[in-house]
Design a binder for this molecule. Sequence first.
Ligand code: PLP
Length: 394
Amino acid sequence: MRISARAERIEPFYVMEVAKAAGTLAREVAHTDRPMIFLNIGEPDFTAPPLVQEAAARAMRAGATQYTQATGLDALRERISGWYAQRFGVDVSARRIVVTAGASAALQLACLALIEAGDEVLMPDPSYPCNRHFVSAADGKAVLVPTTAEERFQLTAAKVEAHWTAKTRGVLLASPSNPTGTSIAPDELRRIHEVVSQRGGVTLIDEIYLGLSHDDAFGQTALAIDDNVISINSFSKYFNMTGWRLGWLVVPEALVPVIERLAQNLFICASTISQYAALACFEAESIVEYERRRAEFKARRDWFIPELNALGLTVPVLPDGAFYAWADCSDFARRLGVDGSWDFAFETMKRAHVAVTPGRDFGTAETGRFIRFSTASSMAQLQEAIARLKVMAA
Ligand SMILES: Cc1ncc(COP(=O)(O)O)c(C=O)c1O
């Protein structure tokens, strides 16, 4: 069967090979004194809090399971709008909010609405692999721009300017980022948006980890800059609802009918049960729980990163959000006689029974030196992982 060039352009997810190998080994070592510790998983180790679960059950019992409008339940759009006001002090009209099946659907809609065949979109290297694939699925081309630790592994206005060509349509940023957990400084983001706007481009920003920000200097939404910024967000991370498949995007008012038309045709709507459940995310009791969990993520970061640094798994920039650590493993790998982060990941898996994610999927610049740790595991597991890595280093 002839496969479309579009589908062929989507690269395989190499980390799945690591995850598969980790899964196989995990079964073998499950009943030993060193079961596998999974620090390769990019989702919270918490599930939806009680009020959210009850709201889902109530919706199901009441038979509130028909399609909603493509833009989502108005009540939910209002709640999200209220969250922007309360948490960020930013006025985002509910009319500009479109509820989607996760950030993934939001990114697809934004790319399909804005990218013509051959358009180029600048994004940092390293960045979340699917983001470049959303661009190529819309027949655009993701241009990965190598970044440095000094730049917090993010694009700068100077680099956007330097890489802008006649084909460039805009930028796709993620702040805080996956895999680094680092954000763009607000002033730099403002400058980037200026450069993009002056050239008639679009600023797309994936703010899926914004709720899990650990530093007030960075924890502001890019929507505070300008109504023309397009922000993508999700119930997956801060709201701990990965498998419920619910997210949203905020677009300029003129773009809402376009996104609505695409959403109607491509998805009909996001899961109705999840939408009713998500209304309860914004109840005071749920927010208290989410904030407790956010503090837990921060406590893990505060303990884990210095331990990694002490081991020579250097984290060049302290993550200000999310639950990742982007660590340079080249020295540690050399000491083990291993070359590069791909082999290092297999080595830690086999010798320490600790699964981590090698940098390979996140770009090409320096990803052969870096691995991503996820701290979405209990403190006890993180402590055990560090103890095992110390034995490996000895
Ligand atoms: C940066 C980033 N964007 C988007 C997504 C997709 O999230 P969702 O579950 O909302 O589709 C992820 C998931 O890991 C992510 O890390």
